[in-house]
Design a binder for this molecule. Sequence first.
Ligand code: NAI
Length: 326
Amino acid sequence: MKIAVFSAKRYDREFLDAANAGAHTLRYLAPHLDAETASLAAGFDAVCVFVNDTLDASVLETIAAFGVKLVALRCAGFNNVDTAAAARLGIGVVRVPAYSPYAVAEHAVALILALNRKLHRAYNRVREGNFSLEGLLGFDLHGRTVGVIGTGRIGAVFAGIMCGFGCEVLCYDPTHSPLPAGAKYVTLEEIYERSDIISLHCPLTPKNHHLISAGVLAGMKDGVMIINTSRGALLDTRAVIESLKSGKVGALGLDVYEEEGDLFFEDLSDKIIPDDIFSRLLTFPNVIITGHQAFFTREALKNIAATTIGNIAEWEKTRACKNAVK
Ligand code: NAI
């Protein structure tokens, strides 16, 4: 098959080429797939895309007209694909449901530890010869209450790690899959009321868009730490900025952002960032933002590439795939 790989970075090429071993023709394209770039898909059988590519109905119609028959996502989430339109147009959609839950769960823990012990501030201070401890006071994680929203692959691993720290781990998920020893299911309200740290591990759906809203934030503990490594729009960013200003939210760790599509994965260090909400977030000393890097481990990239190439091969052979998005 001839595959146009959009949003391709050096590391995508390295891992996909190794997994492909010459089986398919892969053309690496730097731009995101969207309405403006959809014409680049002409002449290809499939497109291979990532989290910030846009596959709405109009893009899908354009690529279907070029004869594209398959969308191969290099990620788990598929909120950026109009799956109904894809089905209507006869375009298959396959994804990588799991590649390393450890990568994302461990990154969420890294954000917690860095925020709590103020490593981002300590790093800069020591480099400038400032060894003062003022403002660096943290707390013992041991004995603290951690709320986990979504206990699928990543949330369950995260819950297990936090149990290992000696935290009380409260979980909420509409489907009660088994939890690591020490964690327990409670209501969402109990998570909001009792947690010192809340970490989001559920997918973005129309139903849970802005799950963490102004009203929900008001019901949380004063000084709560919120961690979001899932999808930006789970959190109402404007509301969380107000809560940071009032002190209701004591720390915020983000690996994802509602409008990240215009920012993340690119070097914009010599550009002016036009997004005032994002820029405001960067001014808080108790906010750490990473640019959607939670998945970014060697193990995860290897698994993503192997599953993506496997999905394409399976679909080519049978016009079906166990990792098809239904
Ligand atoms: P999963 O599908 O294994 O688990 C998601 C869980 O969330 C399911 O158990 C589901 O029942 C639950 N859920 C759905 N709606 C919910 C709600 N309203 N409240 C509470 N729970 C709810 O997914 P997985 O692999 O654990 O991934 C979780 C999310 O992490 C993904 O959807 C994706 O958005 C994000 N992710 C982020 C990455 C990053 O690099 N930052 C990388 C990979 C995934």
